[in-house]
Write a protein that binds this ligand. Structure first.
Ligand code: FES
Length: 149
């Protein structure tokens, strides 16, 4: 049995330790905000926070999670109190197809938690690791700059 914290609550699982966290989140915990894009660590759609760092859940075996804190898009803010990055995303109307957006928001919120006032280049560098097929990067940068304010 593996115990860890998921969106602030202690949870346990008995799935095989080599199961990727992404599968556990979506299939066992029904947290489907975290998306499957490529499954091989290339696209970033599956990004969550593990101990506050942006990580790709498709590459994270469940066996590595004991005692750690996982946050998904469902745990970032609430409908009443959006996280500042989520609020900025709404105000800037960032989403187009929307598929990569939870990964984008998780990456952006981790960036700001670690670097509260990033420059344009730092934003672009951090966010280029999450692929957006709609090319919403200019709106993503604007939203992050808004969230900083
Ligand atoms: Fe994990 Fe693409 S689904 S990086």
């Amino acid at each position: 049995m593996i115990k860890f914290f998921l969106n602030g609550k202690e949870v346990s699982t008995e799935v095989a330790g080599d199961m990727p966290l992404l599968w556990l989140l979506r299939d066992s915990f029904k947290l489907t905000g975290t998306k499957f894009g490529c499954g091989i660590g290339q696209c970033g759609a599956c990004t969550v926070h593990i101990d506050g760092e942006a990580m790709r859940s498709c590459l994270m075996p469940v066996s590595t999670l004991a005692g750690r804190a996982v946050t998904t898009i469902e745990g970032l803010g609430t409908e009443e109190h959006l996280h500042p990055v989520q609020q900025a995303w709404v105000e800037q109307e960032v989403s187009q197809c929307g598929y990569c957006q939870s990964g984008q928001i998780m990456a952006a919120s981790a960036l700001l938690a670690n670097k509260p006032n990033p420059g344009e280049q730092e934003i672009d560098q951090a966010m280029s690791a999450i692929i957006c097929k709609c090319g919403s990067y200019p709106r993503i940068r604007k939203a992050i700059e808004l969230a900083v304010k």
